[in-house]
Design a protein around this ligand. Structure first.
Ligand code: NAD
Length: 437
């Protein structure tokens, strides 16, 4: 199949390269000409494990190309995916659909022959109707169908997720589009990934309902962690104990500093706004959003407490800026709010992240960027683990004790046990494990 991917970010690039790997002929388009130039030069603009090899192999095979000429790319394609950003709209929290609508207009003008236009971007229920209206209005002659096909990949494990999805959701009422989408995903459906065909509206809502549910699970275990701290129970035991129940499942039950990233924060907010507009507020999601917002500053208070109640003028070392390991994405990362709260309390902050720092300079003021966990920890009164990169799981505590101003570890991801840290003379704080404090 000839496929055009409009938007070559985390989702567009991974999906485009993966479709090429399935044997399709893919052009990845982006309006960011610098991004396209870098991709053409063999440079990968984002950090995602395995993506460089996947892109390189498929470019070499001739199945994957890059272009900033959307019209030519659309005209040659049978399927056009829209994978542009849908950030929170400034001010009201609704999804900002301006990129989706702009892309739809550009696509409309270039359609030749029957073309399936697929929104892979996360878009509120009803957006497909508007995309269809825009295309029809811009190009009344166009023969097309608009399909919803939300993406569920996780950054950091994106390629594997794309190749081995739990399910593929396809929202369309159009028979021809259904056939085309089945062809696009045939290599995966042969491997047993269920294709879930639904109406377009149900498909759009499935993505938000899934992210809302997962965010709620995170907020839930974080509240249970707070309770554990008050009543003297270990949240990891509680999570294990409930996670074995198949109705609950073990995933997304790690207590920590709250969810972040480019999806959960904006998607929960947008779902809450959609539901309010529909006159059926989703109060569980509204509360999830509120719990998560408060959580990050609460984590900063934990650091203040670990430092004896005052961090004014003290140096705090923060390990991890990316919203999770194995990505350079720092959008809505908990670390950003935690750093801000530490600074509000008068601390000087040093940070280290193996991949996230290149983006952090533009959003964080007055922090010292360092080149290793040990340089970060120099003269610090506390070391705070915010993102659980593997390289932070085996820190040399003897070395750290020699360079820090005080041996204090605040482990917001619960990756250590108190006795192994205490053995090196460190005071230890964590999340929801009062027996470990
Ligand atoms: P991103 O910001 O990394 O990439 C979007 C790209 O689209 C950018 O490179 C931008 O330049 C380009 N773009 C914008 N308008 C364009 C236009 N008119 N023509 C061509 N290119 C255009 O975003 P992302 O993280 O890949 O997310 C894309 C969508 O996928 C969002 O709706 C997001 O919610 C959803 N999603 C993201 C993830 C994830 O883990 N990042 C997972 C599932 C779903």
């Amino acid at each position: 199949m000839r496929i055009c991917m409009v938007g070559s970010g985390y989702v567009g690039l991974v999906s485009g390269a993966s479709f090429a790997d399935f044997g399709h002929d893919v052009v990845c388009v982006d309006k960011d000409e610098l991004k396209i130039a870098r991709l053409r030069a063999g440079e990968i603009p984002i950090y995602e494990p395995g993506l460089d090899t996947l892109v390189e192999e498929n470019v070499a095979s001739g199945r994957l190309t890059f272009s900033s000429d959307i019209a030519t790319a659309v005209a040659r394609s049978e399927v056009v995916f829209v994978a542009v950003g849908t950030p929170s709209r400034r001010g009201d929290g609704h999804a900002d659909l301006s990129y989706v609508y702009a892309a739809s207009r550009e696509i409309a003008g270039a359609i030749e022959g029957f073309t399936v236009v697929v929104t892979k971007s996360t878009v509120p229920v009803g957006t497909g109707d508007e995309v269809e209206r825009i295309i029809r209005e811009t190009n009344p002659e166009a023969d097309f169908a608009v399909v919803s096909n939300p993406e569920f990949l996780r950054e950091g494990a994106a390629i594997d997720d794309f190749r081995r999805p739990d399910r593929i959701v396809i929202g369309t009422e159009d028979e021809r589009a259904r056939e085309v989408m089945s062809q696009v995903y045939r290599p995966l459906s042969l491997n047993q990934a269920p294709l879930v065909f639904t109406s377009r509206r149900a498909s759009e809502l499935i993505k938000y309902a899934a992210n809302g549910f997962l965010a709620m699970k995170v907020a839930f275990i974080n509240e249970i962690a707070d309770l554990c701290e008050q009543v003297g129970a270990n949240v990891q035991d509680v999570a294990r104990g409930i996670g074995f129940d198949k109705r609950i499942g073990p995933k997304f039950l790690n207590a920590g500093p709250g969810y972040g990233g480019s999806c959960f924060p904006k998607d929960t907010l947008a779902l809450a706004k959609t539901a309010q507009d529909a006159g059926t507020p989703v109060r569980l999601i509204e509360t999830t959003v509120a719990i998560n917002d408060q959580r990050k500053r609460a984590m900063a208070r934990k650091v203040v407490a670990a430092c004896g109640g005052d961090i004014r003028g003290k140096t705090i070392a923060v390990l991890g800026i990316a919203f999770k390991p194995n990505t350079d994405d720092i959008r809505e990362a908990p670390a950003l709010s935690i750093v801000q709260a530490l600074q509000d309390n008068g601390a000087r902050v040093r940070i280290y992240d193996p991949e996230g720092m290149k983006h952090a300079a533009s959003v964080l003021d007055d922090v010292a960027f360092t080149q290793s966990p040990y340089e970060c920890a120099e003269a610090a009164e506390a070391l705070v683990i915010v993102t659980e990169w593997n390289m932070f799981r085996a820190l040399d505590f003897e070395r750290l004790r020699g360079i820090m101003a005080a041996p204090v570890l605040v482990d917001l991801r619960n990756i250590y046990r108190r006795e192994e840290v205490a053995r090196h003379g460190f005071a230890y704080s964590c999340v929801g494990r009062p027996d470990e404090e």
